[in-house]
Design a protein around this ligand. Structure first.
Ligand SMILES: [Zn+2]
Length: 438
């Protein structure tokens, strides 16, 4: 288990606890459960001037999954980790569906009007809804963590490549072979620029080396504009010839390679707008924000011998990553964004006609769809205990989605609330955790 968050009775965040200590506090009646996910205790007393160890929250934003990790820079310990699954694709699908329904309805109800275009105005920096949701998901979780533990700094992976490291011309031969950080970034950049195939024979799925167009022995530079990806046979055939000499039989290929070598990889600095938007909004939280590059993350992860998971990538973001990480029994919490229901007033059939009655009240007998409940049914055919997310019905008879499947028609009297719906669902998956150290 990862560590347990704890706040005092005035909701002041304290240092996270070992799960064993948390269990003891609960047993002695000194604390109560404040939240299930992430597991948080609330003490029954106030703590005056606690000795707080500030944590660093590290983020590796992705389009489907974002890794989040809490690292104690002082003790190099990874305190907590999570993987946040976004719902950008679902939002895109829903909006496409809504657009189609509105279009067909308009076509049915109104006379023909010429389509108009370019008649919308968007504020600068507006993101499309699917991307906005990704940024908001991450911000929501950083704000939540700020309330649950003492955060002192933020690290975010901002760009894929550190372009400054690429400009450094003083990288020597061996450094290209996965040596130093700069060599690492250069190698990854050049391979991506040349589409992971040999520039001379278009071979794919073979080990590629970096080749100098103008050879080193003839004072060619180490800049990325002088490098291509080449397979081993081609590289050896070329030897220390100049590119013009080597490809004099294939003038077309020569021209293409020379042109491509000069153009820098587009968008190498700004991979996507979402990351920059996230960066701008993280700065507003009032904590120092450190930025890292994707190349640095990968370098950190491999030199620290960690597997490629989203949360391990998050742990390795930025230059602040400690040299020897202490990762003991960290099991990442899997968080899936589920949204907060739909704004549609009733469901539609495939032709856009209302299929159901208008929506009823959101909350029924104190429960809301998405709440986590425990139902202990004492008698009848549904006898048993069920734990899961509830779907409410106005009649007061609910469906509960458990791990084994959905149980229908459970009366609200049998249900007790475990956690309110907060737009996310949670589970732990053991296989993404690190295996225990031998
Ligand atoms: Zn080749």
């Amino acid at each position: 288990m990862s560590k347990v968050f704890v706040i005092d009775t005035n909701k002041q965040p304290l240092n996270p606890l070992h799960p064993g200590r948390a269990r003891l506090l609960l047993k002695q009646g000194k604390a109560a459960v404040y939240r299930r996910y992430p597991f948080t205790l609330i003490l029954k007393c106030a703590v005056e001037q606690p000795h707080l160890e500030p944590l660093r929250v590290k983020i590796d934003p992705g389009s489907k999954t974002t890794g989040i990790a809490l690292v104690n820079d002082g003790s190099s310990e990874v305190v907590w980790a999570a993987e946040l699954m976004h719902r950008g694709e679902q939002i895109k699908r829903d909006m496409d569906k809504r657009r189609a329904l509105r279009k067909s309805r308009r076509q049915r109800k109104t006379r023909y009007r010429k389509p108009r275009f370019n008649n919308r105005r968007k504020r600068k920096g507006t993101l499309p809804p699917s991307q906005e949701s990704r940024v908001c998901n991450v911000l929501t979780w950083i704000r939540r963590l700020m309330r649950l533990c003492p955060l002192g700094a933020i690290s975010q992976e901002l760009v894929q490549f550190d372009t400054q490291a690429l400009e450094r011309p003083d990288i020597e031969g061996v450094q290209y072979q996965l040596g130093t950080l700069a060599g690492y970034e250069v190698r990854a950049y050049v391979l991506l620029k040349w589409n992971h195939q040999c520039a001379y024979c278009d071979a794919r799925q073979v080990p590629l080396e970096l080749d100098h167009l103008h050879p080193r022995s003839k004072l060619g530079s180490n800049r990325v504009s002088n490098l291509v990806a080449a397979c081993k046979p081609c590289n050896q055939r070329k030897g220390n010839q100049d590119i013009r000499e080597f490809l004099k039989e294939q003038p077309q290929r020569l021209a293409r390679i020379l042109a491509q070598a000069k153009t820098p990889l587009r968008d190498a600095a700004a991979v996507n707008a979402t990351r920059w938007a996230l960066y701008e909004r993280l700065k507003e939280l009032g904590l120092p924000v450190e930025c890292g590059s994707g190349g640095l993350t990968k370098f950190n992860r491999i030199t620290r011998d960690l597997p490629k998971t989203h949360w391990c990538d998050a742990v390795c973001v930025g230059r602040s990553t400690p040299e020897h990480l202490v990762i003991v029994n960290v099991v990442p919490l899997h968080i899936t964004a589920t949204g907060h229901g739909s704004r549609q007033m009733c469901r539609m059939d495939e032709y856009g006609f209302p299929r159901t009655k208008p929506k009823g009240a959101r909350r029924v007998k104190g429960f809301q769809t998405g709440d986590l409940v425990r139902a202990a049914v004492s008698s009848g055919s549904k006898q048993g205990t069920y734990v899961g997310k509830v779907a409410v019905r106005t009649r007061g008879v609910f469906n509960i989605k458990t791990a084994q499947g959905t149980v229908t028609d459970i009366h609200y009297r049998f249900c007790t609330l475990i956690a309110r719906s907060d737009g996310y669902s949670y589970h732990f998956r053991k296989e993404t955790a690190l295996p225990p150290a031998a």
